[in-house]
Design a protein around this ligand. Structure first.
Ligand SMILES: NC(=O)c1ccc[n+]([C@@H]2O[C@H](COP(=O)([O-])OP(=O)(O)OC[C@H]3O[C@@H](n4cnc5c(N)ncnc54)[C@H](OP(=O)(O)O)[C@@H]3O)[C@@H](O)[C@H]2O)c1
Length: 316
């Protein structure tokens, strides 16, 4: 069967369509015939060997991506919650990838039924950005009604999910984006307070935020500390040395800094996204859909750093 991956660490040009063996399941796993995947900046970091110190993978080929949607074609002996024919969405481990293939094997713990009111393409857009936003806003920042939150990188995959999630929690939202996305964020997401980072310095505000979610990851705790409230928290998607030093330093301060490390999702998290989507509270935001053979165009578009929402690759 076909998969999308690489035979050496390097740039996106190393991606190729591979011929790989069909997966064989264990008792608690299912086989999913993949319909669509979404791609993420993390895929590129992994391709470049960025996770090699943690994963220690030297065996090639490596199949890229982790988000997927599709239909179950086979179930393991001990799988109770799903059946053959179910349309599901989910995510493989963020560090190991492996979803960009015609068929994948996945534990029943990392899938959920596709929400009734969206397509398989839209479902593939959800898991990683949903999981990252949930971890950042609910688990780490304990978001609640009335919290003043600033979301930096609001127009990207993570940002567009986080905006909608912050609305569910009735937070008071400020979105940071460039001029070309400002009106879209204001009108489509009904966000009154939008800062255009190409014109205005976010630090020049008199506002104090309870949460700063740095979805883009180009800020830092020392930089934004002065616009955090007394017990405010800065959460970043970027796990770099500077942010880790900040995390260590802030043990001595009231304001806090944390880095999101979203390894895996869970059926419970995916079920929550399904509920929000079916209730009309969250809409997957898709920038572009590419066919499988246009994988390089898709990853080039992702690499531009200018995507509005998610980029999808259809597999079948
Ligand atoms: N730690 C984790 O578990 C985890 C999980 C998921 C993602 N991430 C990381 O989170 C980051 C964002 O992911 P993503 O999927 O949202 O990326 P993305 O979809 O590629 O983000 C693209 C968006 O970033 C915005 N942007 C670019 N430069 C900006 C700047 N200087 N200030 C504010 N916004 C800017 C762009 O808007 P404009 O064109 O308007 O600038 C564009 O809409 C990536 O670095 C990714 O690796 C980490």
């Amino acid at each position: 069967m076909k998969a999308l991956g690489y035979n050496t660490y390097g740039d996106i040009d190393n991606l190729e369509i591979l011929e790989v063996k069909e997966p064989r399941i264990k008792k608690t796993e299912v086989i999913v015939k993949v319909a669509a995947i979404s791609i993420n900046p993390v895929d590129i970091k992994k391709m470049q060997g960025g996770f090699k110190p943690i994963t220690n993978i030297n065996k090639f080929p490596i199949t890229t991506a982790c988000d997927f949607s599709g239909e179950i074609t086979e179930i393991g002996r001990d799988v109770g919650a799903f059946k053959v024919g179910d349309k599901v969405f989910g995510m493989t481990d963020i560090l190991f990838g492996g979803s960009a293939a015609e068929k994948i094997r996945i534990s029943q713990k990392f899938i959920s039924l596709v929400p009734k009111n969206i397509s398989l393409n839209e479902a593939a857009a959800i898991p990683q950005v949903g999981n990252t936003s949930l971890l950042a806003l609910r688990n780490i920042a304990s978001i609640r009604k009335g919290h003043k939150i600033l979301i930096n990188g609001a127009s990207g995959g993570v940002g567009t999910f986080a905006l909608q999630m912050a609305k569910i929690y009735e937070a008071d939202i400020t979105a940071v984006t460039s001029e070309r996305n400002s009106d879209w964020i204001k009108n489509d997401f009904k966000i009154n307070d939008v800062i255009d980072y190409t014109k205005d310095d976010i630090l020049s505000t008199d506002n104090k935020y309870d949460i700063i979610f740095d979805a883009n990851g180009n800020l830092s705790f020392p930089k934004v500390s002065k616009i955090l409230s007394a017990n405010g928290i800065y959460v970043s998607t970027k796990n770099n040395i500077y942010n880790n030093i900040d995390v260590a330093k802030q043990l001595f301060q009231r304001k806090k800094s944390r880095v999101v490390l979203s390894g895996r999702t869970s059926t419970a998290n995916l079920d929550l996204f399904r509920m929000w989507i079916e209730d009309g509270k969250i809409k997957p935001i898709i920038d572009k859909i590419f066919s499988f053979d246009k994988y390089l165009d898709a990853y080039k578009h992702l690499s531009s750093g200018r995507a509005r929402g998610k980029i999808i690759l259809t597999i079948d």
